[in-house]
Write a protein that binds this ligand. Structure first.
Ligand SMILES: [Zn+2]
Length: 248
């Protein structure tokens, strides 16, 4: 085979059927950021890849870069399968929100070790997440991970003073994606109305480590407000909405 082969750690963000027996994988790799790859013959019963390339799996892969846009998987070893995250509906819902956020925010074939580390940390914590009956989209880990991804993408919502006029002595009553954060009553025209508790929750989710997200006291109203901040930032900066949020 002409071209080059390289090895990297990667997380499978999404996978879809391709042709008779293959799958196309959207990978987030440690060495090159976002990479599309084809796993040939993976849908055959005796595939040499086995079940090691399921969505949310953390793997060590050998990828061959030929002339086409898609790289080819030539070898794979599991680092962590994260099967616990897939076998429960709630955890899977949280995981798919995180994976889609990663897909939408990190689209370039460009190394970003901090984003990769946040992703693997998120998946490790997801394994331990208690299964719940509530909406996965409002889960503290899901919200915290997305706020951190926004920050790593340079779309950090500013939540501590008015993002429009800079006032520090007025209450913050809304969120304006255009201004890039929370706004005071005088700058709140067209802004999304938010509760002070919701803004406080978003601020804590952003400031505290992912591992502490579950311990942040948050009402469902606060969680909805934090989600509204994230959704509004996606719409403003990237003009997208996450499909996984609608179904979770
Ligand atoms: Zn203001």
């Amino acid at each position: 085979m002409a071209g080059r082969t390289y090895r990297t750690e990667a997380v499978v963000l999404r996978s879809f059927r391709f042709g008779e027996a293959d799958r196309v994988l959207h990978l987030y790799t440690l060495d090159r950021g976002r990479v599309g790859a084809v796993a040939k013959g993976i849908r055959k019963t005796k595939s040499r890849f086995g079940a090691r390339l399921e969505p949310l799996s953390h793997v060590d892969v050998l990828l061959h870069q030929g002339s086409g846009e898609l790289h080819t998987v030539t070898g794979v070893e599991l680092i962590r399968s994260h099967h616990r995250a897939r076998e429960d509906r709630y955890r899977l819902g949280v995981g798919l929100v995180g994976a889609e956020a990663m897909l939408r925010l990190f689209t370039e074939q460009e190394r970003n070790p901090r984003a990769f580390q946040a992703l693997t940390r998120f998946l490790d914590l997801l394994e331990e997440l208690p299964a719940r009956k509530t909406r996965a989209a409002l889960d503290a880990l899901a919200l915290s991970f997305q706020l951190k991804l926004l920050w790593l993408s340079g779309y950090l919502p500013h939540l501590t003073s008015c993002a429009d006029c800079g006032a520090t002595d007025r209450p913050l009553v809304g969120y304006s994606a255009r201004a890039g954060g929370a706004v005071c009553p005088e700058c709140s025209d067209g802004a999304l109305a938010l509760s002070p508790a919701g803004l406080g929750a978003a601020e804590s989710l952003l400031a505290r480590p992912l591992a502490e997200a579950g311990g942040i006291a948050m009402t469902s109203r606060s969680a909805r407000d934090a989600l509204a901040v994230i959704t509004s930032a996606y719409e403003y900066y990237g003009n997208f909405r996450l499909r996984a949020v609608r179904s979770a």
